[in-house]
Every structure is written in C-alpha cells, then in structure tokens.
Design a protein around this ligand. Structure first.
Ligand SMILES: Cc1cc2nc3c(=O)[nH]c(=O)nc-3n(C[C@H](O)[C@H](O)[C@H](O)COP(=O)(O)OP(=O)(O)OC[C@H]3O[C@@H](n4cnc5c(N)ncnc54)[C@H](O)[C@@H]3O)c2cc1C
Length: 430
C-alpha cells in the first residue's frame, strides 16, 4: 500500500537532520512500527520534541500487513491468562502491560475513530477489520503533536562520541545527538517491510547480548509425497486439531508446496521449533474430526461401504475433504486399516513429521532479541544510558491472538515514559 496517501509523511515536517532549538528535550525514536509510533505519541503528548526515523519511505508497513488479517489488536481474556502467553517474559512484560493494558489499547483505538469489538474467540479487532484507517488517524495525530518524520534513514549505529549515525537515502551520512533515544527496530520477519534484524550486530558490537532471532508463529517443512504436493498445495485443512507434546489446539492449517502453516500450526510453533533445534523428533498428531469421538466415528465407519471408493466413503460418512483423505494415506504407517475402530483412531490422530521451521522471513514474528537482563525497569539499556528499546526487538515471543501488538504498544509506552524520566532527571541535575 502506498503510504503517500496518508497525511503524515507529507504533513510531518522532514527535519530529521536538524537539531531542535531545545535539544535537551529532543528524543530520537528509531523505527516507525507500532512500538516506535506509540513511543513517539507518548513523548510528544508530554511536550517532548520527537523525530521519528525509519529506513523505509513510510511508517507502519508491518502494521498495515497485520491489518490484512483483520488486525487482531489485543485479547479480552483475564489479565492472568493474558500475561501467561508471554512465557519466560511474563514477569518483565507485566510492568509494560500494566502501563498500557488491553483496555487502554481499545480506548486509544476508539479515540482515533476506530472502535473495537470482541470476536467469538475473545480476540479484539477494530470494527473496520483493517489497519489503514487507524494508521492514517494515528499519523495525523502525531503530525498534530509536532512529531517530525525522517523517512529513508537507515540507522547504522553510534559514532565514537555516542551520536546516532544514519545513512539517508541514497547515501548521505546524518549524525544526530538527541537527549535520549528509543530503538524500536522490530524483529526479523518479513524483512521487505523494513525490519531485518540488522540492529542485532550493531548492539552486539557494543557489548550488548542479543539472543539469536528465530522464527516465531511460523510454518514447517514437510517431506510431502509428490502426489500430495501436486494435488493439494494451497488447500486449507479446516476444523482440525493439532497436538504436540500434550498440547492441543483447534483451528485451521494450510498445506503448502513445502510444508504446512496456518493458525493451528503457529500456536504450537515455539515448542516444535525448539524441539527441532535440540535435534528431537517433531511429529504432530492431526485430528481430522475433533468434534466427534473415536467411538462415534467407528460407529459410522461400520456402515456398509458397498462399492464406494474409500475416499468417497470417508467423504460421505464423515465429511472428510479430499485433502484430509490424502493426509491419511500420507503417513508412513502402512495401508489404512480396514477395521472401523482402528481407522477411526487413525483419523483422530494422523502423525505428521515436521522437518524444519520455514525461514524467519516468512514468520509472523520473531523470537529472541535483547534479553530483559540488558534493560532496566524503564527499558533503558544498562550499558547505554539514555538509550531505550521497545517492541519486537526485545526477547519475548507470544502466540497470535493480539499479544504481539499489545506488547509492542505497551513497551513503546513504557520506554517513552522511561525516556521522559531520564530527560527530567538530567534537567533537574543541571
Ligand atoms: C503477516 C503478519 C500479520 C500479523 N498480524 C498480527 C495481528 O493481527 N496481531 C498482532 O498482535 N500482531 C500481528 N503481527 C505482528 C506485528 O505486526 C508485529 O509484532 C509488530 O509490527 C512489531 O512492531 P515493532 O514496532 O516492534 O516492529 P515493526 O513493526 O517491525 O517496525 C519496526 C520499524 O523499524 C524500521 N527499521 C528496522 N531497522 C531499521 C534501521 N536500521 N534503521 C531505521 N529503521 C529501521 C522498520 O522499517 C520498521 O518500520 C503480524 C505480523 C505479520 C508479518
């Protein structure tokens, strides 16, 4: 989507290289995704001069992409359950989510003219089910707050004096020295939208530990037979349940040329990815009829098949789609059992071996990033006073369901408040 249509790029002054008169109250926000935009809003609303830098010609490209799937902003479940979705990062993220909880996110969206609703799964979406009107109103608000936007500025690190270095397209060096910096450079998925994880090497060179960026909410490679790949690549597997190591998820998946992806796969992807990384087997069990018991299926399969092919019989008796029948044949466990009970058990648990995760460039999000041990409670880098970090570049991961955007917004707010406190404490000390 061409961003020029949005008001902000044009109406925000492009004064990225100039130091505002009151440089002591000037913050550089690097990265114009949800985390950086939220940090910019929080700071500008508090009267801070903000310049937002991004390597891309426009801000919020991944946010717009998220909007294609309806823009799942957050989730309506209880705070305890919500926080538990962040796994090892639950405790450090609790502070950020408390600073900007799901209710505040919904109010904020409504304040930008985009009221939200709770879907049947408990997920929260804007009524418009897309990101573009929300982003447009948001950028208008930022422009109104005086935020400057410096597009096509690739951040390349710090110079020896600690100033921020950018390469402004096509190849102009830009050096700036803000009072505080917020890095919100995203993870490494979908690099064509701007975030490629290149910042990790820069931070490591400055002695900051960065956990390797790995695919999260990703699909997996499967060694499909030529038949299954040729006939069914691109076919959805609807109303299934997947189980891996005792955890089961209902939902949908998509058979692709190279493997399998989709919501139900993403939900189990962290555990599957970690098992594969440790060299363990990753065999998921697919329940092709999660809404019926094995006994119920066996009873229906006991009906006379007459002269129907097995595929037709399974389709008519159990409503199994051709792709589901093909999956039954795909397993390495030999011919399908003729016995109704054994066949029903197979239908309830088709084993599928996953070989490797798809590349991070196709994942919804990234795991890894800056460990919380490198940050203080206000998300300031302990080794770089005055530099804060927010969003997906921090070391947390979560399933889809609105948890990703919620954590990006919330850490953007927390980092901005940290930068504000930093500026005020330095002003008081002068
Ligand atoms: C297809 C898809 C669907 C999704 N759907 C949802 C959803 O429905 N709900 C949900 O919660 N999450 C969803 N997500 C995830 C969500 O979009 C991300 O978690 C979120 O955008 C991360 O925000 P961020 O601000 O941390 O980083 P980003 O949005 O990645 O923004 C980082 C910004 O930094 C810029 N940048 C990077 N490096 C540099 C550099 N060196 N110099 C200058 N600028 C730089 C980039 O250009 C980019 O604009 C989806 C993701 C994808 C890919």
């Amino acid at each position: 989507m061409e961003f020029k249509r949005y008001v902000s790029t044009e109406s925000m002054k492009n004064q990225g290289e100039k130091q505002p008169a009151d440089g002591g109250r000037w913050v550089a926000v690097v990265g114009g995704g949800p985390a950086g935009l939220m940090a910019a809003e929080t700071l500008a609303a508090a009267g801070i001069n903000v310049t937002l830098y991004d390597r891309m010609p426009s801000a919020g490209r991944k946010f717009l992409m998220a909007g294609r799937g309806g823009l799942n902003l957050t989730h309506s479940e209880s705070p305890e359950r919500f926080l538990s979705r962040y796994g090892h990062a639950e405790a450090p993220l609790a502070r950020a989510i408390a600073a900007f909880p799901p209710a505040a996110l919904r109010e904020w969206s409504e304040g930008l003219g985009q009221p939200t609703f709770v879907g049947s799964s408990g997920r929260v979406f804007p009524k418009a089910m897309k990101a573009s009107p929300l982003l447009r109103a948001w950028l208008q608000r930022l422009a109104g707050l005086g935020v400057s936007f410096a597009p096509r500025h690739l951040w390349t690190g710090w110079d020896q004096s600690g100033a921020l270095r950018f390469t402004a397209a096509p190849s102009r060096a830009v050096i700036v020295r803000p009072a505080a910096t917020i890095l919100a450079l995203g993870g490494a998925s979908w690099p064509r939208l701007g975030s490629d994880g290149g910042w990790a090497a820069i931070l490591r060179a400055h002695g900051i530990a960065v956990a390797p960026l790995r695919p999260s909410n990703c699909g997996f490679v499967v060694a499909w037979s030529d038949y299954l790949r040729g006939r069914f690549a691109g076919t959805p597997l609807k109303r299934i349940a997947l189980t891996f190591r005792g955890e089961s998820v209902r939902g949908e998946a998509l058979v692709t040329e190279r493997g399998i992806e989709g919501g139900a796969v993403y939900a189990l992807s962290a555990a599957i990815r970690d098992a594969l990384a440790e060299g363990r087997d990753a065999v998921i069990a697919i329940d092709l009829r999660p809404d019926a018991t094995a006994a119920e299926l066996a009873r229906r399969l006991s009906a006379p098949r007459k002269r129907q092919s097995l595929a037709n019989f399974l389709r008519k008796t159990l409503g199994l789609a051709p792709v589901a029948v093909a999956l039954l044949h795909e397993t390495k466990e030999g011919a399908l059992p003729a016995d109704p009970e054994a066949l029903a058990r197979r239908i309830k648990s088709v084993p599928l071996r996953l070989v490797a995760p798809f590349g991070i460039e196709r994942a919804i999000s990234s795991a890894g990033g800056i460990p919380f041990a490198e940050l203080d409670e206000s998300l300031m880098l302990r080794k770089m006073p005055g530099v804060f970090a927010a969003g997906e570049m921090l070391d947390w991961e979560a399933p889809t369901g609105g948890y990703l955007l919620q954590a990006c917004f919330a850490t953007g707010v927390l980092a901005a408040r940290g930068a504000l406190g930093w500026i005020e404490s330095r002003a008081a000390a002068r």
